[in-house]
Design a protein around this ligand. Structure first.
Ligand SMILES: [Zn+2]
Length: 303
């Protein structure tokens, strides 16, 4: 039995989910939501018939605070936390992670995410590419899937796939959009990761933002891949024109909102896409990506 639990982040439903798999050896949890919503998650678990201290395994897609913020709370209750090798040091000592998040979110840190405490090293299990982890009767396999973040994993068992952020943000049957965030956006890796996920042939995809996508996932991955490429090209062309970050922030917000609406999202869900995946972060991320990997494509280093 699999439960999609709503963390009701900032009291909004349908923005940040955690996925709970019942096994014959306790609960395996895929992402945790933010520390600030631990009470909400606990309540959703009790409503589903289990409790936070039933969680034996936490599988993290990556360490961004909307995904891993509450991991330490489950670790305090005894869970083992599985994470990509590049994410592990930041769980054992979250100082730098919190500093870098504070640069983005400033005074809003506590309200948005809550605190992050260190997880004892012996409870952090490094999970490299293609590792099988036993969780009760299930064998969960990690697949390294960089692009959204360099330290991103997805997890695959039977015909189920827990997709993290690299599999897209998709709310309420709307279109899948790629959350471009700093500092590790890497477009080519993202496209490769989409093909790796597609090749798994899963038919049930769980998204942290938000919930289950069922059936043939080809259309989902096609639309996601197309949008990764189109958005990256939009930023390249705008940067080539010499446009600045502060100019691009409102323009991209509008461009993204229009794209989402035209692709079938309900009008009232557009703001929720913005909550799940703030568009200003895509601007910062894309500028960094083009400057770092393809400066010549945006006219840097040419006369
Ligand atoms: Zn993320």
């Amino acid at each position: 039995m699999i439960h999609v639990l709503d963390t009701r982040h900032l009291d909004r439903p349908g923005i940040i989910a955690v996925t709970a798999l019942e096994t014959d050896d306790g609960i395996a949890l895929f992402d945790t939501g933010a520390a600030a919503t631990f009470e909400n998650i606990s309540g959703a678990m009790r409503a589903a018939g289990f409790a936070p201290n039933d969680v034996r395994h936490v599988f993290l897609s990556h360490i961004h605070l909307d995904h891993a913020g509450a991991a330490w709370q489950f670790a305090e209750l005894g869970a083992i936390v599985h994470v990509h090798p590049r994410g592990a040091p930041h769980l054992i000592d979250p100082t730098r992670l919190m500093e870098s998040a504070t640069r983005i979110f400033g005074d809003e840190m506590q309200r948005l995410w809550g605190e992050m405490r260190r997880i004892p090293e012996e409870q952090v299990q490094v999970t490299d590419d293609n590792i099988a982890i036993r969780a009760g009767q299930y064998e969960v396999r990690s697949v390294a899937t960089p692009g959204h973040a360099s330290h991103h994993n997805v997890y695959h068992w039977d015909d189920h796939l827990f997709g993290g952020d690299v599999a897209g943000v998709r709310l309420d049957g709307g279109p899948p959009v790629p959350p471009f965030v700093p500092p590790e956006l890497q477009v080519e890796s993202w496209l490769e990761s989409i093909e790796r996920m597609r090749a798994l042939g899963a038919t049930r995809l769980y998204l942290p933002h938000f919930g289950l996508v069922e059936g043939d996932l080809g259309g989902h991955f096609d639309a996601l891949s197309e949008r990764v490429q189109r958005w990256a090209a939009w930023f390249r062309d705008e940067l080539r024109k010499g446009r600045s970050e502060s100019e691009l922030i409102p323009d991209f917000a509008q461009c993204e909102a229009q794209d989402i609406l035209e692709s079938g999202a309900a009008v009232e869900r557009v703001a929720d896409y913005e909550r799940a995946d703030p568009s200003f972060m895509a601007v910062t991320a894309s500028i960094r990506y083009w400057q770092k990997y393809h400066p010549e494509a945006i006219g840097i280093g040419q006369d």
